[in-house]
Design a protein around this ligand. Structure first.
Ligand SMILES: [Zn+2]
Length: 231
């Protein structure tokens, strides 16, 4: 099973192993390896707080913080670098030749540059074609989790999600991915501007043509009862 998962990931990964937005060497890590990583990261984060002159060992709110932070990275924020998702299955489209769209997929990620959170939504559209492959709907969410739960830059994240959908729906007539996200590194530090959203789109096949009906249908669908999210 692990070998099969490893193979799936090798096909989907586009970033060098070991980079913040790539998988960790030895991916996927065993539970023992993750526990060992948490122990090491806990010690290192305690030293980080020491450098910031934080008396965390005696502060009741901070004494467990190095371990909390280490666990949050390994189990949640960077989970996609260490833990494989279940293999993605695809099915014959059985003659459906329209656009398939899943919008408002929640995105939580972390910027590689500043280690601040990124929060937003991902919209995915693709055309499997009459004789193509469709992906189980929740699997699109899982692809977003796999690549979002890492260090990320939004442009590369958009491409990674696009390329994964493109690969899994081999023979498709086009794939489009739009990411709308707020970056804490913009709102909390540096320029400190709240509410600025970054929008990135990666399109291929039929969706690349500005005049294409499928592209129009994709962007129009994002405006309908869209829960306040802007595209
Ligand atoms: Zn940043």
């Amino acid at each position: 099973m692990e070998n099969k998962r490893r193979k799936v990931h090798e096909e989907l990964e586009v970033v060098r192993e070991g980079f913040a937005n790539g998988v960790a060497p030895g991916f996927p890590l065993s539970n023992d390896e993750k526990a060992d990583m948490i122990d090491k990261a806990e010690i290192a984060f305690g030293q980080f707080l020491d450098a910031l002159k934080c008396d965390w060992r005696n502060d009741p709110n901070s004494m467990e913080t190095p371990r909390r932070v280490a666990k949050a990275y390994v189990n949640d924020l960077w989970e996609g670098r260490y833990t494989a998702m279940s293999p993605i299955t695809s099915f014959p489209s059985d003659g459906y030749d329209g656009v398939i769209i899943e919008r408002n997929i929640p995105l939580i990620s972390m910027c590689s540059h500043h280690h601040q959170t990124i929060g937003g939504v991902v919209h995915i559209g693709y055309i499997s074609g009459e004789h193509g492959q469709v992906i189980g709907l929740s699997k699109l969410n899982r692809i977003v989790e796999l690549f979002g739960r890492r260090g990320a830059i939004q442009e590369q994240l958009t491409s990674a999600i696009h390329n994964a959908v493109d690969k899994i729906t081999e023979g498709n007539l086009g794939v489009i991915v739009t990411v709308v996200a707020n970056h804490s590194c913009v709102s909390c530090r540096g320029v400190k501007h709240q509410g600025a959203a970054m929008v990135t789109t990666k399109a291929s096949g039929a969706f690349r043509d500005d005049t294409n009906q499928a592209r129009k249908e994709f962007f129009d669908s994002l405006k309908i009862n869209n829960g306040g999210h802007q595209i």
